[in-house]
Write a protein that binds this ligand. Structure first.
Ligand SMILES: [Zn+2]
Length: 61
């Protein structure tokens, strides 16, 4: 998980979104907040998923 956190801070947003779209779990992490078309970034440490574009945060189980 350290690797992904590192990449999230270094790689640009579009590259991050492209990578997440290939993940099977990406569909349930689709933001949709106010028409936002980005995917949430999963943060296993805090059980939260955060949208890098609009800042929306979703609590995971
Ligand atoms: Zn969003």
């Amino acid at each position: 998980m350290l690797t992904r956190t590192y990449h999230s801070s270094v790689v640009g947003r579009s590259a991050s979104i492209r990578r997440m779209r290939r993940r099977s779990m990406a569909t349930r992490l689709y933001c949709r907040t106010n028409g936002c078309t980005s995917f949430l970034e999963l943060q296993p440490e805090t059980a939260l998923a955060v949208c890098p574009v609009c800042g929306y945060t979703r609590q995971l189980d």
